[in-house]
Design a protein around this ligand. Structure first.
Ligand code: 13P
Ligand code: SF4
Length: 303
């Protein structure tokens, strides 16, 4: 292990590379990364790093966002097959049809989406800025793609807006059911419930706190309870335990809470990607151009 870390450091220097990782990738990859964060933080970092190469340890849409924001940089995705199923859960033809039917609607696209979908959007959002960005939009009508659960969570907080919904969801968060959370609450009375907004409304209704992965981490760190039931992907436990070693964190009974795509990103693949300078994220020039505006708009509106 020691040897792998040393090899990685040497490769990083040789290739002028920086490693960005999401909280859901395996622990040793998070440990090896220069920056670890939620989707919003990773896109902010991707925009400001100076290194020639970005190794994006996460799923494809994260690598694509880094490339769209930095077309001149080399962006490596250690496993090209690590893809978020939800990113494909909106139909571009339907988005075009809704845009034609409601020309006054803003198309708000969760970053967990293909570059092709982002091209059709007015603005992108992540779970940590979706509420602020939707609130700041001048449009009353919002077509939110692809995640229905995040859309409903935000819509409930903005009664002045009219939301049009799409039926996509995260397969990992959608599988966390209220009955299982309630059973876990019975087993651990006093534990607070922390929920990602990609979860069903029946689960967010049970929460003491709802927020992005970064939000959940900050809440756990600042809150005075000592036990929590965590309703998001299990990779976050590494950072939760690192930041709050004295606290106890529980998974939901009977739920896998495992994103198989995030787990494809192993340390060996990170090293192999740096050695081979591949797989690289590449997108057609027209896509790079068209998908940039909604991402930059998100970064600007969140400042
Ligand atoms: P955040 O880290 O932005 O909360 O996103 C969660 C997620 O599902 C990323 O794939
Ligand atoms: Fe996609 Fe869900 Fe995995 Fe995140 S956790 S990458 S939203 S499938």
């Amino acid at each position: 292990m020691e040897e792998k870390q040393a090899r990685l450091q040497r490769l990083k220097r040789e290739k002028d590379a920086v490693i960005l990782a999401h909280y859901y990738v395996p622990e040793d990859v998070q440990e090896a990364a220069d920056y670890v964060g939620d989707s919003f933080y990773l896109s902010q970092v991707a925009q400001r790093v100076e290194a020639k190469t970005i190794v994006l340890c996460g799923v494809r849409f994260m690598g694509e966002s880094a490339k769209i924001l930095n077309p001149q940089k080399t962006v490596l995705l250690p496993d090209a097959a690590a893809d978020c199923p939800m990113a494909h859960m909106a139909d571009p033809a339907r988005v075009r049809q809704v845009k034609a039917q409601y020309p006054d609607a803003a198309v708000v696209c969760y970053v967990n989406s293909t570059a092709e979908l982002k091209m059709l959007a007015d603005v992108c959002v992540t779970s940590s800025n979706a509420l602020a960005v939707c609130r700041a939009l001048p449009n009353r009508r919002i077509f939110f793609i692809p995640d229905q659960h995040l859309a409903h969570f935000i819509a409930a907080k903005l009664p002045e807006k009219e939301f049009l919904f799409n039926d996509g969801c995260c397969v990992v968060h959608d599988a966390i059911r209220a009955g299982d959370v309630q059973e876990t609450m019975r087993r651990h009375p006093g534990a607070k419930v922390l929920v990602h907004p990609e979860c069903r409304a029946e689960v967010t209704a049970l929460a003491d706190y709802v927020g992005s992965t970064a939000g959940i981490l900050t809440f756990a760190q600042q809150d005075d309870a000592n036990a929590y039931i965590v309703c998001t992907e299990r990779g976050i436990f590494y950072e939760l335990r690192r930041r709050c070693p004295e606290k106890t964190f529980f998974l939901v009974e009977g739920c896998s809470q495992t994103c198989t795509d995030m787990k494809k990103v192993t340390l060996d693949k990170v090293i192999a990607a740096l050695e081979a300078n591949a797989p690289q994220v590449t997108l057609p020039e027209a896509v790079l151009q068209a998908a940039k505006m909604p991402l930059e708009q998100m970064l600007a509106l969140s400042r």
